[in-house]
Write a protein that binds this ligand. Sequence first.
Ligand code: SAH
Ligand code: SF4
Length: 403
Amino acid sequence: MSVTLDLSRVSASSAQGADAPKPLINLSGLTRPQMIAALTESGVVEHGKAKMRATQIFRWIHHRGVTDFAQMTDVAKETRARLADSFTVSRPEVIERQVSKDGTRKWLIRMAPGIEVETVYIPSVGRVGALCVSSQVGCTLNCSFCHTGTQALVRNLTAAEIVAQVQVAKDDLNEWPSDKEDRLLSNIVFMGMGEPLYNLGQVADAIEIISDNEGIGISRRRITVSTSGVVPQLQKLGETTQAMLAISLHATNDPLRDVLVPLNKKYPIQELMDGIRAYPGLSNARRVTFEYVMLKGVNDSPDEARALVKLIKGIPAKINLIPFNPWPGTDYQCSDWAAIEAFAAILNKAGYSSPIRTPRGRDILAACGQLKSESEKVRASALRKLSVAAMVGGLDDEDEAAA
Ligand code: SAH
Ligand code: SF4
Protein backbone atom coordinates (compact mmCIF):
# COMPACT_ATOMS: atom_id res chain seq x y z
CA MET A 1 0.00 0.00 0.00
CA SER A 2 1.37 3.37 -0.84
CA VAL A 3 0.72 6.52 1.04
CA THR A 4 0.43 9.76 -0.84
CA LEU A 5 0.90 12.96 0.98
CA ASP A 6 -1.26 15.76 -0.28
CA LEU A 7 0.75 18.93 0.08
CA SER A 8 -1.43 20.99 -2.18
CA ARG A 9 -3.08 22.79 0.69
CA VAL A 10 0.17 24.05 2.09
CA SER A 11 -0.40 27.60 1.03
CA ALA A 12 2.21 30.24 0.55
CA SER A 13 1.16 31.94 3.76
CA SER A 14 1.36 28.82 5.90
CA ALA A 15 4.74 28.05 4.34
CA GLN A 16 5.89 31.45 5.56
CA GLY A 17 4.36 30.86 8.95
CA ALA A 18 0.69 30.84 9.77
CA ASP A 19 0.75 34.38 11.10
CA ALA A 20 2.50 35.95 8.14
CA PRO A 21 0.19 38.54 6.63
CA LYS A 22 -1.02 37.80 3.13
CA PRO A 23 0.93 39.97 0.67
CA LEU A 24 -1.19 42.76 -0.71
CA ILE A 25 -1.81 42.76 -4.46
CA ASN A 26 -0.77 46.02 -6.08
CA LEU A 27 -3.70 47.07 -8.24
CA SER A 28 -1.36 49.21 -10.38
CA GLY A 29 -0.18 46.04 -12.10
CA LEU A 30 -3.62 44.78 -13.15
CA THR A 31 -5.26 45.44 -16.49
CA ARG A 32 -8.89 46.48 -16.21
CA PRO A 33 -10.26 42.97 -16.90
CA GLN A 34 -7.81 41.58 -14.33
CA MET A 35 -8.92 44.20 -11.84
CA ILE A 36 -12.57 43.28 -12.32
CA ALA A 37 -11.71 39.65 -11.57
CA ALA A 38 -9.55 40.52 -8.55
CA LEU A 39 -12.19 42.79 -7.02
CA THR A 40 -14.88 40.16 -7.46
CA GLU A 41 -12.74 37.32 -6.12
CA SER A 42 -11.79 39.31 -3.05
CA GLY A 43 -15.47 39.71 -2.22
CA VAL A 44 -14.97 43.45 -1.66
CA VAL A 45 -17.04 44.37 -4.68
CA GLU A 46 -20.17 42.54 -5.74
CA HIS A 47 -20.21 40.98 -9.17
CA GLY A 48 -22.69 43.36 -10.78
CA LYS A 49 -20.71 46.44 -9.75
CA ALA A 50 -17.20 45.15 -10.43
CA LYS A 51 -16.83 46.62 -13.91
CA MET A 52 -17.91 50.09 -12.89
CA ARG A 53 -15.85 49.96 -9.69
CA ALA A 54 -12.74 48.72 -11.50
CA THR A 55 -12.90 51.56 -14.03
CA GLN A 56 -13.35 54.03 -11.21
CA ILE A 57 -10.34 52.70 -9.29
CA PHE A 58 -8.29 52.34 -12.48
CA ARG A 59 -8.89 56.04 -13.19
CA TRP A 60 -7.85 57.03 -9.68
CA ILE A 61 -4.61 55.10 -10.05
CA HIS A 62 -3.63 55.80 -13.64
CA HIS A 63 -5.41 59.04 -14.46
CA ARG A 64 -5.05 60.86 -11.15
CA GLY A 65 -1.93 59.06 -9.88
CA VAL A 66 -3.19 58.47 -6.34
CA THR A 67 -1.18 56.21 -4.04
CA ASP A 68 -3.67 55.66 -1.27
CA PHE A 69 -7.24 54.35 -1.22
CA ALA A 70 -8.11 57.20 1.15
CA GLN A 71 -7.74 59.62 -1.78
CA MET A 72 -10.48 57.84 -3.76
CA THR A 73 -13.15 60.17 -2.50
CA ASP A 74 -16.06 58.84 -4.53
CA VAL A 75 -15.61 55.32 -3.15
CA ALA A 76 -17.48 54.66 0.12
CA LYS A 77 -15.24 54.86 3.18
CA GLU A 78 -16.09 51.32 4.22
CA THR A 79 -15.24 49.96 0.76
CA ARG A 80 -11.94 51.82 0.80
CA ALA A 81 -11.04 50.23 4.11
CA ARG A 82 -11.92 46.78 2.80
CA LEU A 83 -9.91 47.39 -0.37
CA ALA A 84 -6.90 48.28 1.74
CA ASP A 85 -7.15 44.91 3.53
CA SER A 86 -6.42 42.98 0.31
CA PHE A 87 -4.82 45.46 -2.05
CA THR A 88 -2.38 48.33 -2.27
CA VAL A 89 -1.84 51.18 -4.72
CA SER A 90 1.42 52.38 -3.24
CA ARG A 91 4.67 53.15 -5.08
CA PRO A 92 8.01 51.48 -4.59
CA GLU A 93 10.70 53.53 -2.90
CA VAL A 94 12.79 55.92 -4.99
CA ILE A 95 16.26 55.67 -3.48
CA GLU A 96 18.05 58.06 -5.78
CA ARG A 97 17.07 60.76 -8.22
CA GLN A 98 19.30 62.71 -10.55
CA VAL A 99 18.63 65.43 -13.07
CA SER A 100 21.09 66.22 -15.84
CA LYS A 101 21.88 69.65 -17.19
CA ASP A 102 20.28 68.55 -20.47
CA GLY A 103 17.03 67.57 -18.74
CA THR A 104 17.66 63.82 -18.63
CA ARG A 105 16.36 62.35 -15.39
CA LYS A 106 17.27 59.12 -13.72
CA TRP A 107 15.68 57.30 -10.83
CA LEU A 108 16.92 54.33 -8.88
CA ILE A 109 13.87 52.46 -7.66
CA ARG A 110 13.83 49.72 -5.03
CA MET A 111 11.06 47.31 -5.98
CA ALA A 112 11.82 44.87 -3.18
CA PRO A 113 14.86 44.07 -1.06
CA GLY A 114 17.73 43.50 -3.52
CA ILE A 115 15.58 44.34 -6.53
CA GLU A 116 16.74 47.73 -7.74
CA VAL A 117 16.00 49.17 -11.13
CA GLU A 118 17.13 52.30 -12.91
CA THR A 119 14.74 54.18 -15.16
CA VAL A 120 15.74 57.08 -17.38
CA TYR A 121 13.69 59.90 -18.90
CA ILE A 122 15.19 61.47 -22.00
CA PRO A 123 13.71 64.75 -23.25
CA SER A 124 13.39 65.50 -26.96
CA VAL A 125 13.11 61.88 -28.01
CA GLY A 126 9.93 60.73 -29.69
CA ARG A 127 7.15 63.31 -29.77
CA VAL A 128 8.24 65.07 -26.60
CA GLY A 129 10.25 62.78 -24.36
CA ALA A 130 10.79 59.07 -23.81
CA LEU A 131 11.04 56.91 -20.75
CA CYS A 132 13.40 53.98 -20.93
CA VAL A 133 12.10 51.12 -18.78
CA SER A 134 13.52 47.79 -17.69
CA SER A 135 11.75 44.45 -17.97
CA GLN A 136 14.13 42.27 -15.95
CA VAL A 137 16.81 42.72 -13.32
CA GLY A 138 19.88 41.42 -15.11
CA CYS A 139 19.66 39.37 -18.29
CA THR A 140 20.16 35.74 -19.28
CA LEU A 141 21.71 36.71 -22.59
CA ASN A 142 25.36 37.64 -22.72
CA CYS A 143 25.80 40.13 -25.50
CA SER A 144 29.54 40.74 -25.40
CA PHE A 145 29.36 44.55 -25.60
CA CYS A 146 26.57 44.99 -23.03
CA HIS A 147 27.17 45.60 -19.36
CA THR A 148 23.81 44.13 -18.36
CA GLY A 149 24.99 40.95 -20.05
CA THR A 150 27.74 40.60 -17.46
CA GLN A 151 25.15 40.34 -14.73
CA ALA A 152 23.15 37.17 -14.11
CA LEU A 153 19.39 37.38 -14.27
CA VAL A 154 18.06 38.20 -10.83
CA ARG A 155 14.42 37.96 -11.81
CA ASN A 156 11.69 39.12 -14.12
CA LEU A 157 9.90 42.30 -13.16
CA THR A 158 6.16 42.10 -12.62
CA ALA A 159 3.69 44.22 -14.59
CA ALA A 160 3.22 46.31 -11.43
CA GLU A 161 6.97 46.94 -11.26
CA ILE A 162 7.14 47.91 -14.92
CA VAL A 163 4.15 50.25 -14.55
CA ALA A 164 5.71 51.64 -11.35
CA GLN A 165 8.66 52.94 -13.40
CA VAL A 166 6.22 55.01 -15.44
CA GLN A 167 4.35 56.17 -12.33
CA VAL A 168 7.54 57.27 -10.60
CA ALA A 169 8.57 59.26 -13.67
CA LYS A 170 5.12 60.85 -13.87
CA ASP A 171 5.23 61.77 -10.17
CA ASP A 172 8.53 63.50 -10.66
CA LEU A 173 7.61 65.18 -13.94
CA ASN A 174 4.34 66.32 -12.39
CA GLU A 175 2.31 64.55 -15.10
CA TRP A 176 -0.93 63.91 -13.22
CA PRO A 177 -3.71 63.92 -14.24
CA SER A 178 -2.74 61.91 -17.28
CA ASP A 179 -4.61 64.09 -19.76
CA LYS A 180 -2.74 67.19 -18.64
CA GLU A 181 -1.75 69.42 -21.52
CA ASP A 182 1.92 69.82 -22.52
CA ARG A 183 2.86 66.39 -21.35
CA LEU A 184 6.57 65.68 -21.15
CA LEU A 185 6.36 61.91 -21.28
CA SER A 186 5.10 60.89 -24.70
CA ASN A 187 6.93 57.65 -25.48
CA ILE A 188 7.98 54.48 -23.69
CA VAL A 189 10.89 52.32 -24.80
CA PHE A 190 11.72 48.90 -23.38
CA MET A 191 15.45 49.44 -23.72
CA GLY A 192 16.56 49.28 -20.11
CA MET A 193 17.74 46.15 -18.44
CA GLY A 194 16.68 42.73 -19.61
CA GLU A 195 15.18 40.97 -22.58
CA PRO A 196 11.48 41.93 -22.76
CA LEU A 197 10.54 38.92 -24.87
CA TYR A 198 11.67 36.59 -22.09
CA ASN A 199 9.10 38.27 -19.86
CA LEU A 200 6.42 38.85 -22.44
CA GLY A 201 3.37 38.13 -20.27
CA GLN A 202 4.21 40.86 -17.76
CA VAL A 203 5.47 43.23 -20.47
CA ALA A 204 2.21 42.79 -22.42
CA ASP A 205 0.09 43.44 -19.32
CA ALA A 206 2.15 46.53 -18.53
CA ILE A 207 1.66 47.82 -22.09
CA GLU A 208 -2.10 47.23 -21.85
CA ILE A 209 -2.20 49.23 -18.61
CA ILE A 210 0.02 52.08 -19.83
CA SER A 211 -1.89 52.45 -23.10
CA ASP A 212 -5.41 52.23 -21.59
CA ASN A 213 -7.22 55.47 -22.37
CA GLU A 214 -8.90 55.51 -18.97
CA GLY A 215 -5.44 56.03 -17.51
CA ILE A 216 -1.99 57.00 -18.72
CA GLY A 217 -3.15 56.60 -22.31
CA ILE A 218 0.18 56.43 -24.14
CA SER A 219 -0.60 55.15 -27.61
CA ARG A 220 0.74 51.71 -28.51
CA ARG A 221 2.41 53.33 -31.50
CA ARG A 222 4.51 55.29 -29.05
CA ILE A 223 5.60 52.21 -27.14
CA THR A 224 8.67 50.47 -28.55
CA VAL A 225 9.90 47.05 -27.47
CA SER A 226 13.55 46.29 -28.18
CA THR A 227 14.66 42.68 -28.51
CA SER A 228 17.91 40.94 -29.19
CA GLY A 229 15.93 38.67 -31.52
CA VAL A 230 13.79 36.10 -29.73
CA VAL A 231 12.23 35.06 -33.02
CA PRO A 232 9.49 32.67 -31.76
CA GLN A 233 8.00 35.45 -29.64
CA LEU A 234 7.81 38.16 -32.29
CA GLN A 235 4.40 37.19 -33.60
CA LYS A 236 2.94 37.09 -30.11
CA LEU A 237 4.50 40.44 -29.24
CA GLY A 238 2.86 42.05 -32.26
CA GLU A 239 -0.50 40.40 -31.74
CA THR A 240 -0.82 41.00 -28.02
CA THR A 241 0.71 44.45 -27.73
CA GLN A 242 0.68 46.14 -31.17
CA ALA A 243 3.87 47.79 -29.96
CA MET A 244 6.54 49.16 -32.25
CA LEU A 245 9.40 46.76 -32.78
CA ALA A 246 13.12 47.45 -32.39
CA ILE A 247 15.72 44.81 -33.17
CA SER A 248 19.23 44.82 -31.77
CA LEU A 249 21.00 43.74 -34.93
CA HIS A 250 24.60 45.00 -34.56
CA ALA A 251 26.03 42.74 -37.29
CA THR A 252 25.16 41.67 -40.81
CA ASN A 253 26.72 38.21 -40.84
CA ASP A 254 26.25 35.23 -38.56
CA PRO A 255 29.87 34.67 -37.44
CA LEU A 256 30.10 38.23 -36.10
CA ARG A 257 26.59 38.34 -34.71
CA ASP A 258 27.22 35.02 -32.92
CA VAL A 259 29.95 36.83 -30.98
CA LEU A 260 28.13 40.11 -30.34
CA VAL A 261 24.65 38.68 -29.68
CA PRO A 262 25.11 34.99 -28.78
CA LEU A 263 21.36 34.39 -29.10
CA ASN A 264 22.11 34.52 -32.82
CA LYS A 265 23.40 30.94 -32.61
CA LYS A 266 19.85 29.90 -31.77
CA TYR A 267 18.04 32.27 -34.13
CA PRO A 268 20.40 33.22 -36.95
CA ILE A 269 20.06 36.31 -39.08
CA GLN A 270 17.94 34.86 -41.89
CA GLU A 271 15.41 33.42 -39.41
CA LEU A 272 15.34 36.77 -37.66
CA MET A 273 14.70 38.62 -40.92
CA ASP A 274 11.84 36.26 -41.77
CA GLY A 275 10.35 36.84 -38.33
CA ILE A 276 10.60 40.61 -38.76
CA ARG A 277 9.00 40.53 -42.21
CA ALA A 278 6.05 38.68 -40.65
CA TYR A 279 5.71 41.12 -37.72
CA PRO A 280 2.04 42.06 -37.40
CA GLY A 281 1.25 45.55 -38.61
CA LEU A 282 4.65 46.24 -40.18
CA SER A 283 4.24 48.97 -42.80
CA ASN A 284 5.78 52.22 -43.95
CA ALA A 285 3.90 53.99 -41.20
CA ARG A 286 4.97 51.39 -38.62
CA ARG A 287 8.55 50.59 -39.43
CA VAL A 288 10.88 48.37 -37.51
CA THR A 289 13.93 50.04 -35.96
CA PHE A 290 17.25 48.28 -36.35
CA GLU A 291 19.62 49.15 -33.54
CA TYR A 292 23.26 49.02 -34.51
CA VAL A 293 25.92 49.72 -31.91
CA MET A 294 29.05 51.23 -33.44
CA LEU A 295 32.12 49.24 -32.38
CA LYS A 296 35.48 50.43 -33.59
CA GLY A 297 37.06 48.07 -36.09
CA VAL A 298 34.42 45.41 -35.42
CA ASN A 299 31.26 46.27 -37.36
CA ASP A 300 31.74 49.84 -38.55
CA SER A 301 33.26 49.60 -42.05
CA PRO A 302 31.62 51.01 -45.19
CA ASP A 303 31.35 47.43 -46.47
CA GLU A 304 29.26 46.54 -43.46
CA ALA A 305 27.03 49.53 -44.06
CA ARG A 306 26.44 48.30 -47.60
CA ALA A 307 25.82 44.76 -46.32
CA LEU A 308 23.25 46.20 -43.93
CA VAL A 309 21.41 47.96 -46.73
CA LYS A 310 21.32 44.69 -48.67
CA LEU A 311 20.22 42.62 -45.71
CA ILE A 312 17.19 44.70 -44.82
CA LYS A 313 16.10 45.42 -48.38
CA GLY A 314 12.33 45.48 -48.68
CA ILE A 315 11.69 45.77 -44.93
CA PRO A 316 10.03 49.04 -43.84
CA ALA A 317 12.81 50.10 -41.53
CA LYS A 318 14.90 52.79 -39.99
CA ILE A 319 18.29 52.36 -38.45
CA ASN A 320 19.43 53.68 -35.12
CA LEU A 321 23.19 54.00 -34.92
CA ILE A 322 24.25 53.85 -31.28
CA PRO A 323 27.69 55.07 -30.29
CA PHE A 324 29.08 52.33 -28.06
CA ASN A 325 29.23 53.25 -24.38
CA PRO A 326 32.34 51.72 -22.92
CA TRP A 327 32.35 50.22 -19.46
CA PRO A 328 35.28 49.11 -17.28
CA GLY A 329 36.63 45.78 -18.39
CA THR A 330 35.31 45.85 -21.94
CA ASP A 331 37.70 45.41 -24.85
CA TYR A 332 35.41 47.21 -27.27
CA GLN A 333 35.77 50.84 -28.19
CA CYS A 334 33.34 53.26 -29.72
CA SER A 335 33.86 53.91 -33.42
CA ASP A 336 35.45 57.19 -34.42
CA TRP A 337 32.96 59.90 -35.21
CA ALA A 338 34.10 59.99 -38.84
CA ALA A 339 33.45 56.26 -39.20
CA ILE A 340 29.96 56.66 -37.75
CA GLU A 341 29.22 59.52 -40.13
CA ALA A 342 30.53 57.60 -43.13
CA PHE A 343 28.40 54.62 -42.11
CA ALA A 344 25.33 56.82 -41.72
CA ALA A 345 25.94 58.47 -45.08
CA ILE A 346 25.77 55.12 -46.88
CA LEU A 347 22.49 54.29 -45.14
CA ASN A 348 21.04 57.70 -45.87
CA LYS A 349 22.01 57.44 -49.51
CA ALA A 350 20.12 54.16 -49.68
CA GLY A 351 17.06 55.99 -48.39
CA TYR A 352 17.15 55.02 -44.72
CA SER A 353 16.67 57.42 -41.91
CA SER A 354 19.57 56.68 -39.58
CA PRO A 355 19.78 59.14 -36.73
CA ILE A 356 22.92 58.98 -34.65
CA ARG A 357 21.89 59.43 -31.08
CA THR A 358 24.00 61.85 -29.17
CA PRO A 359 24.45 60.45 -25.71
CA ARG A 360 22.42 62.33 -23.12
CA GLY A 361 22.72 62.74 -19.44
CA ARG A 362 26.47 62.13 -19.37
CA ASP A 363 26.82 64.29 -16.27
CA ILE A 364 24.48 62.03 -14.30
CA LEU A 365 25.87 58.84 -15.81
CA ALA A 366 22.62 58.08 -17.54
CA ALA A 367 24.46 56.63 -20.49
CA CYS A 368 24.77 52.96 -20.96
CA GLY A 369 27.77 51.34 -19.36
CA GLN A 370 28.81 54.27 -17.22
CA LEU A 371 25.92 53.82 -14.88
CA LYS A 372 26.88 50.53 -13.42
CA SER A 373 30.52 51.28 -12.89
CA GLU A 374 30.03 54.60 -11.14
CA SER A 375 27.05 53.37 -9.19
CA GLU A 376 29.03 50.46 -7.89
CA LYS A 377 31.81 52.70 -6.78
CA VAL A 378 29.38 54.75 -4.83
CA ARG A 379 27.00 52.11 -3.57
CA ALA A 380 28.83 48.83 -3.99
CA SER A 381 25.71 47.21 -5.27
CA ALA A 382 25.81 44.66 -8.03
CA LEU A 383 22.17 45.19 -8.76
CA ARG A 384 22.21 48.78 -9.91
CA LYS A 385 22.14 48.70 -13.55
CA LEU A 386 22.21 50.74 -16.55
CA SER A 387 19.32 52.07 -18.34
CA VAL A 388 19.89 53.63 -21.59
CA ALA A 389 19.95 57.12 -22.82
CA ALA A 390 22.21 57.14 -25.81
CA MET A 391 20.60 54.12 -27.33
CA VAL A 392 17.05 55.28 -27.23
CA GLY A 393 16.40 56.00 -30.82
CA GLY A 394 14.20 54.88 -33.62
CA LEU A 395 11.59 57.31 -32.51
CA ASP A 396 11.93 59.83 -35.22
CA ASP A 397 9.07 62.03 -36.05
CA GLU A 398 7.76 60.53 -39.27
CA ASP A 399 6.06 57.80 -37.29
CA GLU A 400 4.77 60.35 -34.89
CA ALA A 401 3.22 62.30 -37.71
CA ALA A 402 1.43 59.18 -38.83
CA ALA A 403 0.29 58.36 -35.30
N1 SAH B 1 17.56 43.22 -24.30
C1 SAH B 1 16.97 44.08 -25.25
C2 SAH B 1 16.63 45.46 -24.70
C3 SAH B 1 17.61 46.08 -23.75
S1 SAH B 1 19.18 46.52 -24.41
C4 SAH B 1 17.86 44.20 -26.47
O1 SAH B 1 18.98 43.71 -26.44
O2 SAH B 1 17.39 44.76 -27.46
C5 SAH B 1 18.77 48.00 -25.31
C6 SAH B 1 19.79 48.37 -26.38
O3 SAH B 1 21.04 48.81 -25.81
C7 SAH B 1 20.16 47.23 -27.29
O4 SAH B 1 20.13 47.62 -28.64
C8 SAH B 1 21.56 46.92 -26.86
O5 SAH B 1 22.24 46.26 -27.86
C9 SAH B 1 22.11 48.28 -26.53
N2 SAH B 1 23.34 48.30 -25.71
C10 SAH B 1 23.68 47.46 -24.74
N3 SAH B 1 24.89 47.78 -24.22
C11 SAH B 1 25.33 48.87 -24.88
C12 SAH B 1 26.49 49.69 -24.80
N4 SAH B 1 27.45 49.44 -23.91
N5 SAH B 1 26.58 50.75 -25.63
C13 SAH B 1 25.60 51.02 -26.51
N6 SAH B 1 24.49 50.29 -26.63
C14 SAH B 1 24.34 49.22 -25.84
FE1 SF4 C 1 20.49 41.36 -22.52
FE2 SF4 C 1 19.87 43.23 -24.37
FE3 SF4 C 1 22.17 43.41 -22.93
FE4 SF4 C 1 21.91 41.52 -24.78
S1 SF4 C 1 21.91 43.75 -25.12
S2 SF4 C 1 22.72 41.22 -22.71
S3 SF4 C 1 19.75 40.99 -24.60
S4 SF4 C 1 20.06 43.52 -22.13
